[in-house]
Design a protein around this ligand. Sequence first.
Ligand code: ZN
Length: 126
Amino acid sequence: MTKDEYAIFLDKFCNDMIDISKRKNADYTGINADPFANFSSVEQRTICTTEQGFLTRMNDKFERIISFANKGELLVKDESVQDTLHDLANYCALMSGYLESKKHKENAFCKPCGYLKTQCKCKIEA
Ligand SMILES: [Zn+2]
């Protein structure tokens, strides 16, 4: 594969990744407006943190990729190694978006009083 061919491949890979992400997000989160709902549910159920939830799913994909690299094939044929790589890339994008969203959420609240900064009562952080 040349650099030009890779650029075309990368374009297709990213477009496929976006298509898959939109379809899966619609399937997993339903009418919920939160794109991370499927990942944060483990934290609401006190199973583990949302971050650990992401990492667990990423690790499952990683194990599958390692298995493919070692054996040259996958025994469960309904998900190709390309599908697995797309899923792993999507988990990276979702976790990146989640961390960004969490940072914004944390910055929105006044730490001393716990109110939204726009409704802060203590003015300590103001
Ligand atoms: Zn305050």
